[in-house]
Design a protein around this ligand. Structure first.
Ligand code: 6CS
Ligand code: FE
Length: 310
C-alpha cells in the first residue's frame, strides 16, 4: 500500500500512459483511437484503414518513384562521407565501431531529404490516419551498414516520445522509406502486428541525457522479456520487406525492432515521424529536461503543406 502510494505520487495527473515509475512492468489497454480520420478524407481505402486499425502498420511495395529515392540515397552517401556531418550532434555513431548509425533532423539539413519527408503521397496518408494537419516531430536516416550494422532492440516509440518528449496521446506515426532493398536477411523492420493496442509500461528510471546512450543502444524504455514473449505468443511477428521506394507506415505504439546486419548489403531507411498538430508536446513525463530539438521538435509546429502545389 505504502509502496504504491510512493510510486503513484510521481505520476502526473495528466499522464495517461505512465511508464518507468513502477518496479514491475504492466500491460494496459490503449486509450486513444488508432485511425483518427476516415475513408474519403485521403488516399487510403476503407480496407487499408481497417488493416492499419487492426495491425498497426501498412506497407506499400512501391509507393515512391525510383528517381526520388535514388536522389536521397545519393544524398545519404554524401552525408556519410562528410567528416563535418559525422562530428555534428545530429550524427549518432555505433557504440563499438564508431560507424555512422543515424543522422537526425535530415529534413532540416538536406533539401532532397526534406522534399521526400514532405512528399504529398506521404503527407496525404499521414493526414488521413491522424485526422488533419500534421508536422514533423522527428526525421532521421538509419544507415545500417553491411557486415556489422547493429540492431535496434524492441521498443514502442510512443513510450519514449511520451516519457522523454512529453507527447500526450497516441496520435502520431512513423513512416519508413527504404532507400536500399530491405530483405529478410539485412535486418529489416520487424513489427508485432496488433501490439499498438496494448501499452507496455517499462521498468527503470530515465537517466539524465538518456538520448546520448539510448540512440546508440537502448536499455531503458524497452520491454521486459516476459511481456515481449507474451506479445509475440499472442500476436506473432511480421517483417515487411521491399526494394528501394517501398514504404511502411507504423503506428507510434506498435512494438518493433530490427536485427543486426551481417550481410554485405547496407539497409538504409529514411524515417519520418508525423504528429497531429493537436498533439503537441508538453513537459516530459519523466520530469527531466526535454531532448534537443533535432531529436524531438518543440519549436516549429507549422503544418506540412497539403495539397502540395506540384
Ligand atoms: O528515441 C527516439 O526517439 C528514437 N529511438 C528509437 C530506438 N526509435 C524511435 C526514435 O527514433
Ligand atoms: Fe523505433
Amino acid at each position: 500500500m505504502m509502496q504504491s502510494a510512493v510510486h503513484t505520487s510521481r505520476v502526473r495527473a495528466d499522464d495517461r500512459y505512465p511508464s518507468r515509475h513502477a518496479p514491475v512492468a504492466q500491460i494496459s489497454p490503449r486509450h486513444d483511437a488508432v485511425v483518427h480520420g476516415n475513408a474519403g478524407s485521403g488516399p487510403l481505402t476503407q480496407r487499408e484503414l481497417l488493416f492499419y486499425q487492426d495491425n498497426g502498420y501498412l506497407h506499400f511495395d512501391q509507393l515512391l518513384d525510383e528517381a526520388d529515392v535514388a536522389t536521397c540515397l545519393q544524398e545519404l552517401q554524401r552525408l556519410r562521407l562528410s567528416e563535418s556531418i559525422k562530428r555534428a550532434d545530429e550524427a549518432i555513431l555505433e557504440p563499438d565501431s564508431g560507424e555512422l548509425r543515424s543522422i537526425f533532423a535530415v529534413h532540416r539539413s538536406s533539401e532532397a531529404l526534406r522534399t521526400l519527408c514532405e512528399h504529398p503521397k506521404l503527407v496525404g496518408i499521414a493526414r488521413q490516419l491522424l485526422g488533419g494537419d500534421v508536422y514533423i516531430h522527428q526525421s532521421r536516416i538509419n544507415y545500417k551498414g553491411g557486415f556489422r550494422g547493429k540492431e535496434f532492440y524492441w521498443h514502442s516509440d510512443f513510450e519514449t516520445w511520451h516519457v522523454e518528449d512529453g507527447i500526450p496521446a497516441m496520435r502520431m506515426l512513423s513512416c519508413s522509406i527504404s532507400l536500399t532493398a530491405n530483405t529478410p536477411y539485412n535486418g529489416p523492420l520487424m513489427v508485432i502486428p496488433g501490439s499498438h493496442k496494448r501499452y507496455l509500461s517499462c521498468v527503470g528510471e530515465t537517466p539524465d541525457n538518456h538520448y546520448k546512450e539510448s540512440l546508440r543502444r537502448q536499455e531503458v524504455g524497452v520491454p521486459d522479456d516476459e511481456s515481449l514473449a507474451r506479445l509475440v505468443e499472442d500476436l506473432g511477428i511480421a517483417a515487411p520487406t521491399g526494394l528501394a521506394g517501398a514504404v511502411t507506415f507504423f503506428e507510434c505504439n506498435i512494438m518493433h525492432g530490427s536485427s543486426s546486419n551481417i550481410t554485405p548489403l547496407p539497409r538504409s531507411n529514411l524515417f519520418v515521424v508525423y504528429n497531429s498538430v493537436e498533439n503537441k508536446p508538453v513537459e516530459p513525463f519523466c520530469g527531466l529536461a526535454p531532448r534537443p530539438n533535432y531529436i524531438a521538435e518543440r519549436e516549429d509546429f507549422t503544418p506540412l503543406p497539403y495539397p502540395a502545389s506540384n
